[in-house]
Design a protein around this ligand. Structure first.
Ligand code: NAP
Length: 322
């Protein structure tokens, strides 16, 4: 699909999975005249240059953002405040600054003090991703038919919001607008908690392996080999999610603490109900809950959010939402 050019110059800060996917699709769809880029990691900069997905690569933030009509901050969320501070003096009047972070409230709190008058902050979050990171993992179709949520702060410039909305639509996404607090509660249950559960279950299995390896072989119930061998069951999907970038997810949990803890509390209560049903041989309760969850999966498929990337064992793309 080829769109109409929306921006003269776009600066992407952080050229990992999301930043490089934005670069790919902007170029593929002709949405900007020039894509400038900065990443704090020299090795990442060299790899992104080799991929030929941006027009100019800059070792400093100033070089990338100077003259940009749109700045897309695509670093881990913990870096957004520092990045905003570093770009502050170099932003053009009338520019739009956005981000792609998985948490919105604390990112807005960290970035807004550094946004000068006349520059428009319109935070965003594409609900699309994979467990891979780095510039090589990006691809132009990542946002196709996925939601991109914009969380403009109260009083945000309506034209800037509309322009960013057009950009995301030009990148293939369906745009939703919501307030940051609502976003963080919704994503805590739909994305952050599932990742936390995946990290936990894989770590629990790893601990079990270690424990069993230390026991005499005759008593062994599960070995490392068996955990991997039988991971074609539900465990396999957990290992894929638990392979997600540790820096990104550390930041997400630290910066969406309240909402994640709230959802974790609710989840723990529901888990206890299931635990009790199993202990009491309450098959009806189990059946009722599993039937309800099956209906939810059908709803996800009907909403076209079931994930449509081809699963590959070692390569990209895979399927995941963040
Ligand atoms: P990624 O592949 O790890 O890319 C992030 C890049 O930013 C890395 O190259 C990193 O360099 C660089 N970086 C770190 N600190 C920086 C700084 N201060 N200045 C400039 N560059 C910096 O991560 P990602 O998956 O693209 O995630 C980026 C953002 O998108 C995160 O905020 C995440 O919450 C959000 N997001 C992710 C997904 C997903 O599924 N992955 C989905 C939606 C939204 P180093 O490698 O040296 O750290």
């Amino acid at each position: 699909m080829t769109g109409t050019q929306i921006f003269e110059r776009v600066a992407i800060l952080g050229i990992g999975l999301i930043g490089s996917s934005v670069a790919h699709v902007i170029r593929a769809n002709g949405l900007a005249g020039h894509v400038a880029c900065h990443d704090s990691d020299a090795d990442v900069r060299a790899r992104a240059e080799a991929l030929d997905i941006v027009d100019s690569m800059h070792a400093d933030i100033a070089g990338a953002v100077t003259g940009a009509d749109l700045v897309v901050v695509a670093t881990p969320v913990g870096a957004c405040g520092l990045v905003a501070e570093a770009m502050r003096a170099h932003l053009k009047t009338g520019a739009i600054v956005t981000d792609v972070g998985s948490v919105k409230g604390s990112v807005i709190a960290a970035m807004s003090p550094h946004i000068p008058d006349g520059v428009h902050l319109v935070p965003g979050h594409p609900v699309a991703g994979t467990e891979h990171s780095g510039p090589e993992s990006g691809f132009a179709e990542l946002f196709q038919n996925r939601f991109s949520i914009l969380t403009p702060p109260p009083g945000a410039d309506a034209d800037a919001v509309a322009t960013l909305e057009r950009l995301w639509q030009g990148m293939g996404a369906d745009v939703e607008i919501m307030d940051a607090e609502h976003h963080d509660r919704v994503l805590a249950i739909t994305s952050h908690l599932p990742h936390l559960i995946a990290y936990t279950i894989v770590a629990t299995a790893a601990d079990l392996e270690t424990e069993l390896e230390a026991q005499p072989r005759d008593d062994e119930l599960v070995t490392t080999r068996e955990v991997i061998k039988y991971s074609a069951g539900g465990f396999r999907d957990f290992t894929r999610i638990a392979a997600s970038d540790p820096v990104m997810w550390r930041d997400v949990f630290l910066l969406n603490k309240d909402a994640v803890l709230e959802m974790l509390g609710r989840f723990t209560e529901d888990l206890t109900v299931l635990q009790r049903a199993i202990r009491k041989d309450d098959g009806d309760a189990l059946f009722e809950m599993f039937s309800r969850t099956r209906d939810i999966r059908r709803g996800v498929i009907e909403a076209r959010q079931a994930g449509r990337f081809q699963y590959t064992e070692n390569g990209k793309p895979s399927e995941d939402d963040a």
